[in-house]
Design a protein around this ligand. Structure first.
Ligand code: WT7
Length: 642
């Protein structure tokens, strides 16, 4: 469906009275004396210090902050200045003295059906022990530990153990190649890598240790690897460098007592790499204080979390969605967070629905690509299961098309679960545009900005666009969980988000429209970033992977519509002289990209060209390639090289 058609759907879905009555947001609105969302939202902007102060006071602090927002060094903002905290104090320690000590923090199901349960006390024990191990390995406050693990409970434990001792973690998604891992280890200067022998996906072993070995062989900073035994298959253990996780955790140094390090609100919590339009991936930096407040607040009001909920975010903990909304926000709010290890359709397309029924999942948060992927197997699979435990649904990663929205709403939600279509980014840390359970929903729109968040659609001069006109999606003021900088490249942070046109506003890199009701409709990226199955990839990375192949002289990558993935990668290459294009070479280049960057980046197609459309200054006009591929009008090509 086209964007126009998406927007023209006039359907509005209203929440039931019982959903509205029990919602956290309703209680808050009443406590503030407001009777509608817009008034509450206006107040949260007019009195934003008061609002964020109230939200910060829901959490514990070792020492109080003296200022809410310091914007004197814009765009290098600091929040809750002077406050002393640690995210682990709120995520774990606080629960140790309450009944939640024995509540389940994580329920994990392996692809093979194994179930592992961890109470908050169990998490505290595992995290404390590992924190002591890390200290014994010489990890200090301010260091960055790299983590390359499959989707197992030890991934959150490793993150929390770093945070507990004031080290930052850098999680590298298990689907990345050894080159990507090596580059990220080097950027972070990590002394320690936490990895595993392997992981499972569709009953196949992913050889993580082998990939990690390749990366570590050219990572001079690495002194120690902690290796989790997940699959038990034979791996090389490098004497003096590699240690089994379980051996270390059995040593006396792995004591169950470990003091949580007191850190400044602005102390770095983690680095997470994400693609930009040019150059190498950006190491986005988030901090303990503002990030905690931002994600806990959005989670509380959007997912309306209650103590009886079993919440399942089906993303990977290794992405920002997992960092914020599988690990940190659910723990801070004392929730039970479910994690499933494997593929959604393994062994059959009812795996997810079986899980919902078995664990009585009440909140399910996933991505449009997963919904479309499961929808294609038909209604019979979900209909075999009792999904009546579901109360709320969520979507993230890309715009959701109304067909997928309706299927999710009717077939999965049984027509009575509001869908929280949350728009946000690695850089924003938490939700920016999102409904809450009381919001009237329009399929395909993320509805309105969250409390304390001011979003708009503007032209390149910063002027507000007319209703329904395309423009740039911007945030007009900072918020607590905004990224603080790009690791080693503060200038790139300032220039990519604040100093480009329109100057002085946070530009997200997305185009969008605002309708007459003030609802936002995100159209997609305006830069050279492609969203494949919700994963964010830069055309620059794909192109440089292609050019690293000896047959390729020049390359261009574009995204074209794909039924399940949303967007698929299509590449156009100019071969070096004397080399002939063939189906075999095209296949070899597709495999080459997947090997360089990881399997998710494998292009749908690689075609050969004699020339690429370029501007006179030599910039590839990907827009023209795209229009050609789609058989569309080429638009303004006045800058095209003659
Ligand atoms: C980009 C950020 C934030 C977690 C996952 C992705 C797109 C994200 C939505 C949504 C339309 C969305 C945007 C954004 N996006 N959520 N609900 N509707 N588009 O994080 O990898 O940093 O990607 O994802 O284009 O800029 P990310």
């Amino acid at each position: 469906m086209t964007d126009d058609a998406r927007q023209q759907t006039q359907e509005v879905y209203y929440p039931t009275e019982s959903i509205v009555e029990q919602a956290n947001i309703t209680a808050y609105m009443r406590s503030k004396g407001f009777s509608n969302w817009d008034d509450l939202h206006r107040w949260s902007l007019d009195q934003s210090d008061t609002f964020w102060d109230e939200m910060a006071q829901r959490l514990g602090w070792y020492a109080p902050y003296t200022q809410i927002l310091d914007d004197s060094k814009k765009p290098f903002f600091t929040w809750f200045t002077g406050g002393k905290t640690n995210i682990v104090h709120n995520a774990i320690d606080r629960h140790m003295s309450t009944w939640r000590r024995n509540k389940l923090a994580f329920i994990w199901e392996g692809e093979d059906g194994t179930v592992r349960n961890f109470s908050y006390a169990d998490v505290n024990r595992e995290v404390s022990k590992l924190a002591n191990v890390l200290k014994a390995m010489g990890v200090q406050k301010g260091d960055i530990v790299s983590i390359y693990l499959p989707r197992v409970p030890e991934l959150p434990f490793a993150m929390l153990a770093c945070a507990k001792i004031g080290a930052a973690h850098s999680v590298i998604y298990g689907g990345f190649s050894h080159e990507a891992l090596r580059d990220r280890i080097a950027d972070a200067q990590s002394k320690v890598l936490i990895t595993a022998d392997g992981g499972y996906m569709r009953n196949k072993v992913i050889e993580l240790k082998k990939i990690a070995d390749d990366a570590m062989s050219s990572s001079p900073t690495i002194q120690t690897a902690i290796v989790l035994k997940r699959t038990g298959h034979a791996v090389d253990m490098h004497v003096g460098r590699d240690y089994w996780w379980h051996d270390l955790m059995a040593l006396p140094i792995a004591s169950e007592r470990c003091e949580t390090e007191v850190v400044d609100a602005e102390h770095p919590l983690f680095i997470l790499y994400t693609s930009g339009s040019t150059g190498k991936p950006k190491g986005v930096v988030h901090t303990h204080g503002g990030y905690s407040v931002g994600i806990a607040t959005t989670f509380h009001f959007t997912f309306d979390i209650k103590d009886h909920d079993i919440y399942w975010c089906a993303a990977d903990p290794g992405w920002i969605t997992g960092h914020s909304y599988i690990v940190y926000a659910p723990l801070i709010e004392g929730a039970t967070s479910f994690i499933y290890e494997g593929a959604p359709n393994y062994p059959y397309p009812n795996r997810w629905w079986q899980i919902v029924e078995r664990y009585k999942i009440s909140i399910l948060y996933t991505a449009p690509t997963a919904i479309r992927g499961l929808m294609r197997f038909g209604d019979a699979w979900p209909k075999r299961h009792d999904l009546s435990s579901l109360r709320l649904l969520g979507s993230v990663g890309e715009p959701i098309n109304p067909e997928a929205w309706r299927w999710y709403y009717d077939i999965i939600g049984g027509g009575n679960c509001p869908i929280m279509d949350t728009w946000w980014q690695t850089e924003t840390g938490g939700f920016m545009i999102t409904p809450n359970p009381t919001t009237p929903l329009k399929p395909g729109s993320g509805t309105k900005a969250f409390l304390g968040i001011e979003m708009d659609v503007v032209d390149e001069h910063g002027n507000r666009t007319a209703d329904n006109a395309d423009g740039l999606l911007v945030a007009k003021r900072p918020w607590p969980s905004i990224m603080r900088t790009i690791l080693h490249d503060a200038e790139r942070y300032a220039n990519s988000y604040w100093n480009n046109e329109p100057v002085g506003l946070y530009t997200a890199g997305d185009s969008a429209r605002r309708d007459k009701d003030g609802y936002f409709w995100v159209i997609g990226r305006i830069d050279d970033v492609i969203k494949v199955s919700g994963y964010r990839l830069g055309t620059a990375e794909i192109e440089s992977a292609l050019v690293s192949h000896p047959a390729v002289a020049e390359a261009a990558a574009i995204g074209l519509p794909h039924e399940i993935k949303g967007t698929g990668i299509h590449c156009f290459v100019i071969l070096r002289s004397g080399i002939e294009g063939s189906d075999k070479l095209s296949e070899e280049l597709r495999t080459h990209v997947a090997k360089e960057l990881g399997p998710i980046t494998k292009p749908e197609a690689v075609s050969f060209m004699a020339a690429l459309p370029k501007t006179r200054s030599g910039k590839i006009m990907r827009r023209v390639l795209k229009a050609q591929a789609l058989g569309q009008d080429l638009g303004d090509i006045s800058t095209l090289e003659g």
